[in-house]
Design a protein around this ligand. Structure first.
Ligand code: ADP
Length: 466
């Protein structure tokens, strides 16, 4: 998107400059053309006027065109002719002698005001000429006696204009490249703080709400946006912390009464005087209590910040032993559902971990495996070494997780659609916590599953290196 803005503004700049440049260029071109034309006409006029002025009425002669004079020679070499109203040619320079260029009698006779006029003519394909025709008027009778014509080629005007056109067209790409480079540079500089802010903001999650976006210039609009965004982050962080604190307080308050209740009822169960129906109800209640305690534990864990999780109490521990004990503890649960719980017992496998948390991690995974596998299914736990890592696979033959749900199951409170098929209760926190714990140990947690295909959770943890 941001890249698009850069490109869009650059293209916009190029189009605007192109239009301005061309409009400006056309105006200058037309102005130049008119200026050159005026100068050209003025020169023709001065030459023709000098000849016309030299007419001596008493003698009926043009002084300027008297043979043998310097002016006569000059006029011979230029494009000059004098034509009488009878049609006879009084004087003709070599140019007119050699070419058959008809004198515009019709136009000359039409000029009732007896004033001078210009006309243009063309010879060949690209040779353009222009003439001035000045009438010589008898001061007494006011009759036109003759016409003085001075002509010249317009090739100098053409050459100058063509030179200007070439200059304009040659400089156009340079100007456009310059504008593109300059606008790209400027827009890039303006947009860079926004890109940096977006990059940083993308990385902000609930785990690092204390991060802030960089503010390069606090006085400009983008800087102000950054400051406002940071203030918003601060408010979010405070609200999030308050929420965590509340969660922590509530779970702490709930823990003790739940434990007390559970202990009481577990003691009650062994009371043989209780009717069978009441004992069965108690067993159901104890299971509910156990579930509630697990949820409260999850909530209490969730209320801790990521900092707490990275400050784990790590030590060298044998994963095989930890998993073996856990499998042993869970056997009762599996048996209740007539499931086979297989533990591929391996040799000692050391990782650097926090026993309490790692136990929690595998407990959550195993608990899910049993929970989401129907009666009579199979759950297996396997532990192996892969390079520098320990790989723990917890597989079940259960209901599986739809592919569309898989990207979300590690999110807080997320429960996949499959849960409605199995009679399962849950908080949607177990996998969130499992993932946190694996990542806090520098490992990864992956899943291979599909509806009805069972599920395999693969946790990878770095091996303890002595
Ligand atoms: P819950 O308390 O709902 O079990 P989790 O965070 O542990 O919460 O799991 C999230 C969701 O992932 C579950 O609601 C369930 O839909 C799905 N899930 C987790 N483990 C399994 C499994 N082994 N088989 C099938 N679905 C599973």
């Amino acid at each position: 998107m941001i890249k698009l803005i850069k490109v869009r503004i650059t293209i916009f700049g190029i189009v605007i400059v192109f239009v301005l440049f061309m409009t400006f260029g056309i105006f200058i071109y037309l102005g130049l053309e008119s200026l050159l034309q005026n100068q050209f006409d003025r020169r023709l006029y001065l030459q023709a006027d000098t000849i016309e002025d030299s007419y001596v009425h008493a003698e009926g002669k043009f002084k300027f065109l008297e043979p043998g004079t310097k002016n006569y020679d000059q006029a011979k070499n230029k494009r000059v002719r004098v034509v009488q109203n009878t049609g006879d040619v009084l004087f003709e320079s070599e140019y007119f002698q050699e070419r058959e260029i008809p004198f515009p009698f019709e136009k000359a006779n039409q000029r009732k005001d007896k004033k001078y006029f210009y006309y243009s003519y063309q010879r060949g394909e690209d040779r353009f000429y222009r003439s001035i025709v000045i009438p010589v008027v008898d001061p007494q009778t006011q009759e036109v006696l003759s016409w003085v014509e001075v002509s010249d080629s317009k090739r100098y005007i053409e050459a100058s204009l063509s030179y200007f056109r070439k200059l304009l067209l040659a400089s156009l790409p340079l100007v456009l490249i310059g504008v593109a480079a300059a606008s790209f540079y400027v827009v890039n500089r303006l947009i860079r703080p926004v890109s940096l802010m977006a990059q940083r903001a993308e990385k902000i999650t609930s785990e690092n709400l204390n991060s802030r976006v960089p503010v390069i210039n606090p006085r400009d609009e983008v800087g102000r946006l950054g400051i406002t965004f940071n203030q918003l982050l601060k408010r979010l962080e405070d609200a999030f912390r308050q929420q965590q604190q509340l969660l922590s307080n509530i779970s702490h308050e709930l823990k003790t009464p739940l434990t007390i209740l559970r202990t009481h009822w577990e003691a009650e169960i062994s009371n043989t005087r209780l009717p069978q129906a009441t004992r069965e109800k108690l067993v159901g209640d104890i299971e509910e209590l156990a579930r509630l305690s697990k949820m409260v534990d999850d909530l209490s864990l969730l209320s801790r910040s990521m900092e707490d999780l990275t400050n784990l109490n790590k030590a060298k521990l044998d994963l095989s032993e930890l998993l073996g004990n856990l499998v042993h503890d869970m056997e009762m649960l599996a048996e209740a559902k007539e499931q086979t719980l297989v533990w591929q017992n391996g040799s000692a496998l050391y990782v650097n971990g926090d026993q309490r948390y790692l136990k929690r991690l595998f407990l959550n995974l195993l608990d899910n495996a049993i929970k989401y596998t129907p009666q009579g299914g199979q759950v297996s736990v396997n532990c192996s070494v892969n390079g520098n890592t320990a790989q723990i696979e917890i597989s079940d033959s259960g209901i599986g997780i739809p592919v569309s749900d898989q990207p979300h199951i590690f999110e807080r409170f997320y429960r996949a659609k499959n849960t409605k098929y199995g009679a399962t209760k849950g908080s949607g926190l177990g996998l969130t916590i499992a993932k946190w714990i694996v990542e806090a140990h520098g490992g990864t947690l992956a899943i291979q599953s599909g509806t009805g295909k069972g599920s395999t959770f693969v946790a990878t943890l770095p091996l303890f290196l002595s």
